[in-house]
Design a protein around this ligand. Structure first.
Ligand SMILES: NC(=O)c1ccc[n+]([C@@H]2O[C@H](COP(=O)([O-])OP(=O)(O)OC[C@H]3O[C@@H](n4cnc5c(N)ncnc54)[C@H](OP(=O)(O)O)[C@@H]3O)[C@@H](O)[C@H]2O)c1
Length: 303
């Protein structure tokens, strides 16, 4: 990829203020491009923008503050991006969190599902026309091996009574992968591809909001297996998915360390995908007012 063609690309990264997202921003910033960094900490975000600009004069980086668990915030973010940029070439749905205890968002949705899945569902669908506008666009959604922990028919909306931290996180990551596959099916024949990725066990701040012990337990789990990698290593694999020429047109896969791998049986279930999609449309309130791209988004509940 030439420097010139890189600079033309608009790349949106959610969760850019920490861990894998931050490493992605620094990696892609060094390559020289038009970076759109999304996070909810303005101070950290602006510091990152300054850092990227000081590394590479070719980079145009901007920080956009939004809480992805808040649907109103996501709508405002999408409007701002659509106004500011003509098209989006790469969208990396990376932001994520885990919560030890049940929490509900101001929209009345369980917080893990709202942050990891619904926020990205809404952002992606609102940006559809901008993705379709690009000569070739790639959507990459960060899943996790934790999705293998979900069995039986998924019950997406956990309640205070049914809440289990592992199940909640696993469900949200299963939703990420199903979403990536369903996008790929819906966008067949367009210039937009959609894939999911398992970054592996990565030393980041994931889970630190729950206290030191659960966070260290998570790191120790991978470290003891000799599988803990740095955020920079994980980001390197995702940068490959975002830019590699050899992945042009490749869609509907789940990647681990740059290779397509099998995800769980549940993640490949079309009926479950349709149900999750319809539910996501309903919960986000997205409808025909979306315009032209509604044709790709509208639920397909029939046989
Ligand atoms: N680390 C691992 O071992 C691992 C394994 C498999 C999958 N993953 C996935 O990798 C992705 C990146 O996580 P990470 O490991 O890099 O963790 P991290 O260091 O905690 O970074 C997560 C990023 O997401 C942002 N974020 C969280 N909630 C948000 C919200 N409501 N609105 C906007 N931004 C929000 C965080 O912002 P704040 O800093 O403000 O919280 C941060 O920038 C996640 O999707 C995670 O599920 C990680």
């Amino acid at each position: 990829m030439t420097q010139e063609s890189m600079e033309e690309k608009t790349i949106v990264i959610t969760g850019a203020t920490s861990g894998i997202g931050r490493a992605l921003a620094l990696g892609l910033g060094r390559a020289g491009t038009n970076l759109v960094l999304v996070g909810r900490n303005e101070r950290v975000g602006q510091r990152l923008v300054r850092q990227i600009r000081s590394h590479s004069s070719a980079s145009r980086a901007g920080f956009f503050c939004a809480d992805l668990s808040n649907l109103k915030d996501v709508r405002s973010l999408a409007s701002e991006l659509k106004e500011r940029y003509k098209r989006v070439e790469i969208l990396i749905n990376n932001a994520g969190a885990r919560f030890n205890h049940f929490e509900e968002t101001s929209d009345g949705i369980e917080r893990t599902f709202a942050t990891n899945h619904l926020g990205h569902f809404l952002l992606t669908t609102l940006l559809f026309d901008h993705l379709l506008e690009a000569r070739a666009a790639r959507i990459i959604t960060v899943g996790s091996g934790a999705h293998f922990g979900v069995s039986g028919t998924p019950s997406w909306s956990l309640t205070r009574a049914t809440y289990d931290r592992k199940i909640a996180y696993g469900l949200s990551k299963l939703a990420n992968i199903i979403f990536a596959y369903e996008l790929a099916r819906r966008l067949t024949g367009t210039s937009v591809t959609s894939n999911a990725v398992d970054p592996g066990g990565v030393a980041t701040n994931l889970g630190r909001n729950n206290g030191w012990i659960p966070w260290l337990r998570h790191l120790a789990f991978y470290a003891l297996k000799g599988q803990l990698i740095t955020a920079r290593q994980a980001a390197g694999h995702i940068v490959f998915l975002a830019l590699a020429e050899e992945l042009k047109g490749v869609t509907g896969h789940y990647f681990f360390e740059r290779k397509p791998v099998m995800s769980s049986r549940l993640s490949q279930d079309i009926a479950i995908a349709r149900e999750l999609w319809s539910m996501s449309v309903k919960l986000t309130g997205i409808d025909a007012s979306l315009g032209k791209s509604w044709e790709y988004v509208q639920p397909q509940d029939g046989p």
